[in-house]
Each structure stands twice: as C-alpha cells, then as structure tokens.
Write a protein that binds this ligand. Structure first.
Ligand SMILES: [Zn+2]
Ligand SMILES: [Zn+2]
Length: 354
C-alpha cells in the first residue's frame, strides 16, 4: 500500500439491527492489488438504507452479521493496493458500487447488473454482507472510480448512483423522445427519471405522488404537470393531459396502488418500466397488459451508464443540486438518517470535510 497514514482503524456507522446503528472503530479496509482506498467525502442515504435501518433487513436481504450501510458516495483516493494505481492517489472520484464477477454470461453480455455473483457496496445480498460507505474510508476497485471534473462537487458525485438508476430505466424504456411520460412515485428516483426524461426530449412528463411536497418539487424541477392519485379528479386530470394515455410509464413508487394507476394510465401499445421494488405477491393487471398490448419490463440498478451520467450534469442538461435537501456532517449521521425518513425530503447526504 502506498501513502496512507499509520492509522489502522477508522470510524464507521455499523448496523446491528432495526434502529440500531452504532459509531464504532472498525479496521481500515485491507486493499487487494486492484483496489484503492477512498476517503469518503459525501455519501447519500438511500431508500434501501432506510429499509435496513427500520427493519434490520431490506426485503429478502437479511444481514448475517453487523455491517456498514451506504452505496452512494464520492471521495478522494488516498492509497492504492498496487504500484500501478499509485498515480491515482489524490484523484477526486465518484464510486460505482457494482462489483460483478466479470466472467459469467450476463457479465460478458454487458448486463452485469444481473450478475448472480454481484457484490454491491453496503448490501446484505451476499454473505457476509459487503461494507458500505457510511465510514471514513472504503476499499473500491480502481476501475469503479470515475474521476470528477475539477468544479464537480463531491455531493453531486454521491448522486451519480441514483442518477444512473434513473438513466438506466429511461434506456430500458426504449426511449422517451417525442413521447408522453408518466412517473408514479416522486422520490429520488422518480424525480431523477423526470429530469432525465425531460433532458432526453419527452414532450410531456407528469409525476404522480400522494405527497404534495413531491408534486410541488416535480413542478419546480420542470415537470409538465403532477397528479394526486388520491384525488377523485385524478383520472379526469390525466385524461386532459394525455387523452389516449401515456406512451411511456415508469413505476417508481413500489406500491401496488401506484402499479394499478400506472397500468390504468398506459396508452395502447405503451411501455411500462418497473423501477420501484414492489412487495412480494403484488398483483399485476394482466388483462390490461394483454388487451392493450403493453410492454411491462423491469429495470434493476444499472449497467454501463455511471461515467456517462457525469456528462449530463457537466453539460447542464441536468441540475442535480436541488435534489439535495440537507447535508449533515459525518458526526451527525444519526440525525441525518432520522431526517431522511421524514416526509418532506428528496435526498439527505452526509459530508466529511475533516
Ligand atoms: Zn441507492
Ligand atoms: Zn457475472
């Protein structure tokens, strides 16, 4: 290892169970030759982190031991596991949290987001769980580190992971240019899909959410209109905006009611992209799929877009700054994660300037 201080431990927030995250001294990650040590400067709290925090698990992912959460981050490379990467020390980077096997059929096809041996940062999808970024340092493969342009803030870098999820969903739809678009669910991913769909030339982009905060935010960010699915006028309002239904629909709420609305508002021949994680056993309106010849497709994490979304931000086609609702210093992680569970937030981030 090159150029790292003598400290062998670091501070990290470790998940022990539901509502039980502890600040601990953890061992500094040991680098393999292809890895670099990243000092975390900005980290975002994701919906999946909140699931782990609330329930001690996330869907089917049940941690077998305590681990560090977090997968949206940017920071500075401070050490390299091998001489060949020594020149990277000092580089400001955002880190793609996907570590696929690189060898299986899906990896070789470029669909590495579907790799059965995927190791994602801060996830209990593997045993033991993989360490995440709510810590002072993270060990990351050098190839996962995307250099940030000079005036590109770490906080924006920590938004590249959810932005990649949104860009992948738009890609999965087959394209939105010249089309009417509906997004059900105005959380971080839904709002980012709105931004990407608008940047890629959708004619109308409508966001549906039960929360007025999310609807107002979407309008401020350039959405054509919003829908309140609990309003009795919702169907009439939707018909006014898109009389024949929407041509591309993104379900980003992960709620059965939103899925039903998404199907109901599809135009004939529309594409519906499932982005939100639905509860097991959610019913799908199969006859709507049949009689309107809909295409219902899934979008899981992302592949091959992480570095490219940087350009969307640099070029000004997407302004990510308003998405950051609040930032907390590393020391105030506990306050931050409670804040992130609140109703009126898009993205809460941790920053470490020390
Ligand atoms: Zn996330
Ligand atoms: Zn693979």
């Amino acid at each position: 290892m090159t150029a790292i201080s003598d400290t062998k431990t670091m501070q990290a927030y470790v998940l022990h169970g539901a509502k039980d995250i502890r600040l601990e001294q953890a061992p500094l990650p040991v680098l393999s030759p292809d890895e670099v040590l990243v000092k975390v400067r900005a980290a975002g709290i994701c919906g999946s982190d909140l699931h782990y925090y609330a329930h001690g698990k996330c869907g089917n992912f049940i941690p077998t031991e305590p681990f560090i959460l977090g997968h949206e981050f940017a920071g500075e490379i401070v050490a390299a596991g091998d001489e060949k990467n020594a020149s990277l020390v000092g580089t400001r980077v955002a880190v793609d949290p996907s570590r696929p096997c690189g060898k299986c059929k899906l990896c070789r096809q470029g669909r590495y987001n579907l790799c059965p041996d995927m190791v994602y940062f801060g996830s209990a999808s593997v045993v033991p769980p993989s360490a995440g970024c709510f810590a002072e340092y993270v060990a990351a493969p050098a190839r996962n580190c995307a250099p940030l342009p000079d005036d590109f803030e770490y906080a924006w870098g920590a938004l590249l992971e959810p932005l990649s999820v949104a860009a992948h969903a738009v890609q999965r739809s087959g394209g939105v240019s010249g089309k009417s678009v509906l997004i059900t669910g105005g959380g971080t991913i839904g709002q980012m899909i709105q931004l990407v769909a608008t940047a890629f030339g959708a004619t109308k982009v409508v966001v549906s959410d039960v929360k007025s905060f999310a609807r107002e935010f979407a309008i401020k960010q350039g959405a054509t209109a919003t829908l309140d699915p609990t309003s009795p006028d919702c169907a009439a309002q939707a018909a006014e905006i898109a009389p024949d239904g929407f041509e591309v629909v993104f379900e980003a709420a992960g709620v059965g009611a939103a899925l039903n609305q998404a199907f109901a508002l599809c135009a004939k021949g529309a594409t519906l992209v499932q982005v939100g994680t639905l509860p097991d056993g959610t019913e799908i309106p199969a006859n709507a799929l049949l009689t309107r010849e809909l295409q219902y497709i899934g979008s899981w994490r992302f592949a091959n877009v992480f570095e490219r979304v940087i350009e969307l931000v640099v070029s000004g086609r997407i302004d990510v700054r308003p998405l950051i609702t609040r930032r907390y210093p590393f020391e105030q992680f506990q306050e931050a994660i409670v804040d992130a569970t609140g109703a009126d937030v898009i993205k809460v981030q941790i920053e470490n300037v020390s």
